[in-house]
Design a protein around this ligand. Structure first.
Ligand code: GLY
Ligand code: MN
Ligand code: MN
Length: 421
C-alpha cells in the first residue's frame, strides 16, 4: 500500500479450478501472489486493496456460504469468515462484483493489476474501466492509469521475512526426513515409484500434503533426463538413484536433490564423479553472501566441475580454454540454482539493469550443480557412462553469509553409505 500511493486500487483474482478429467478437477492450488496477499485458499475470489479507504483497505470478494455446495464440495469461508479469519476489512459475495467493483475503481488515479496472467480477467477489468469511461462523459469520473502489479509484488516476495524463512525451513526439514527414509528403503529390485511413495508418505506424516513439484526419482541412465517424471523403472544393483524432490509447507516450497548408490556402496567411478559434484556444490554455497553477485555461484560451480573433468580426463586442454569454449555444457547443461519461495522456481529478477543481481539477506535460492553422462556418450570412457548426479540444497542469504535450510539431508558419501547399511 505504501508503494501504491494515495488514490489507487489493486485488483487480483484467485487461481481458477482446472479440469483433470470429466467432473474431476486437479487438486486446487491457490495462485502464489493471491496467497501472499490474503492467505485465502479458495477459488472464485478477488482481492481488492485500496490504501487509505475509510471503510477498509483490504476488500475480498468470495463465494457465499451455501449448504448444498458445501455438502458436495467442502466448507467455504464466506464473507463473515473472511473478515474474522483473514482480517479482511470488508467482504462481498463474488456474484456482486460487477455491481460493486466499478464503484471502488471510480476516480482512482492508478489501477494496479497483473497484466497478462489471466487474459479473461484482464478483459473484465477493461470492461469495468470502460463502464467508468462511459460514465465520465456524464461528468462522473475519470479512468485511472493501468499499472502492472507483478514487478513490485515479486520484488517483495523475493525478500523473505523471518516468518517465511521459518516455513521454508520446516518444509526443507520434512523433505530431508523423506530423503533419509528413501535412503533407508532403497534397494535393488524395487521400483522408482516405490521410492516416490516413500517420499510422499513422509511428507504427509509431517503435515505437508503436497509435493512442491512432481518428484524426480531417476535410477541409472534416467538421471540424465533432467526433469524425468515417469518414475516407473526398476532399481538396478550397481546404478545410482537421483532423487530431486521437495514438499510444500503452507505453500512454501523446498527443493532437494540427492544421489545415492542403489546397493548402498558407491563404485570408484561413481565416487569420483560424486565427490566432484559435491566439491562444486560446497564451493558454490560458500559464494552465497550479501554483496556477491547472483552469477558468482554458478561461475564457481562451473569452474570446479570443469577442472574436475579435466583432472578425470573427461575433458582435454586447459581450464581457461575449456571455460571459454563452454565444453562443460555437454555434461553440465543447467544453471546452478534459482530463487525459491511460494513457487519452486520463485519470482524475482535475476538481473538488474542488465547486471547480475547482488545477493541480499532474506533471499532464498537453491544451489544444485550436477554432472550428466549419458549411457550412449561414446566420447567418454565406458566407466563414466550412464551416471547422472545432482546435489541440491536450499540456501537462505543471511546478513553475514548463508544458512543451508536443507542441511538435515545427508550428502557426504560416507554418511549416505552408513545410512543405507
Ligand atoms: N526440481 C526442479 C529444480 O530443481 O529446479
Ligand atoms: Mn530440484
Ligand atoms: Mn531446483
Amino acid at each position: 500500500m505504501q508503494w501504491m500511493g494515495d488514490n489507487s486500487i489493486a485488483i487480483l483474482p484467485a487461481a481458477n479450478e482446472k479440469v483433470r478429467s470429466r467432473d474431476v478437477n486437479f487438486h486446487f492450488r491457490q495462485d502464489s501472489d493471491f496467497w501472499y496477499l490474503t492467505g485465502f485458499d479458495e477459488p472464485e475470489a478477488v482481492v481488492v486493496i485500496i490504501p487509505g479507504r475509510k471503510h477498509g483497505e483490504f476488500i475480498l470478494f468470495n463465494r457465499e456460504k451455501d449448504p448444498i455446495q458445501e455438502t458436495w464440495h467442502g466448507v467455504r469461508l464466506g464473507q463473515e469468515g473472511a473478515i474474522e479469519t483473514l482480517g479482511a476489512d470488508d467482504a462481498f459475495p463474488i456474484t456482486d462484483i460487477d455491481d460493486i467493483l466499478p464503484g471502488l475503481m471510480e476516480g482512482k488515479d492508478r489501477i494496479y493489476f497483473e497484466l497478462g496472467v489471466n487474459p479473461e480477467f484482464d478483459q473484465q477489468i477493461l470492461e469495468w474501466r470502460n463502464q467508468l469511461t462511459n460514465a465520465q462523459h456524464k461528468g462522473e469520473s475519470r479512468p485511472g492509469e493501468m499499472i502492472d502489479l507483478k514487478h513490485h509484488l515479486h520484488e517483495m516476495r523475493l525478500i523473505k521475512t523471518q516468518a517465511e524463512i521459518q516455513r521454508m525451513r520446516y518444509a526443507a526439514n520434512v523433505s530431508a526426513k523423506a530423503h533419509i527414509a528413501l535412503m533407508k528403503a532403497c534397494a535393488s529390485g524395487k521400483n522408482e515409484r516405490h521410492m516416490e511413495a516413500e517420499l510422499e508418505y513422509h511428507y504427509a506424516l509431517n503435515d505437508c500434503r503436497h509435493a512442491a513439484y512432481p518428484s524426480i526419482v531417476a535410477a541409472g541412465n534416467n538421471a540424465n533426463i533432467l526433469h524425468y517424471v515417469e518414475n516407473d523403472s526398476e532399481l538396478e544393483d550397481g546404478d545410482l538413484l537421483l532423487t530431486d524432490a521437495g514438499c510444500e509447507f503452507e505453500y512454501y516450497a523446498s527443493d532437494i536433490s540427492r544421489t545415492i548408490p542403489i546397493n548402498g556402496r558407491f563404485s570408484k567411478a561413481q565416487a569420483e564423479l560424486y565427490d566432484l559434484v559435491l566439491a562444486a556444490q560446497e564451493a558454490a554455497i560458500e559464494m552465497v553472501k550479501p554483496g556477491n553477485h547472483w552469477n558468482d555461484i554458478h561461475d564457481k560451480a562451473v569452474e570446479i566441475i570443469t577442472q574436475g573433468l579435466i583432472d578425470l580426463k573427461i575433458l582435454k586442454g586447459s581450464l581457461k580454454v575449456n571455460l571459454i569454449k563452454e565444453t562443460y555444457k555437454e555434461f553440465y547443461m543447467h544453471k546452478t540454482g534459482h530463487w525459491l519461495g511460494l513457487d519452486v522456481h520463485d519470482v524475482g529478477d535475476y538481473q538488474v539493469h542488465g547486471q547480475p543481481r547482488l545477493l541480499e539477506a532474506g533471499m532464498v535460492l537453491t544451489v544444485e550443480p550436477g554432472l550428466y553422462i549419458n549411457k550412449d556418450n561414446t566420447r567418454v570412457a565406458k566407466k563414466w557412462r550412464g551416471i547422472g548426479i545432482r546435489i541440491e540444497d536450499d540456501v537462505a542469504v543471511t546478513k553475514t553469509g548463508y544458512d543451508v535450510l536443507s542441511k538435515a539431508a545427508p550428502k557426504d558419501r560416507e554418511k549416505i553409505e552408513q545410512l543405507m547399511q
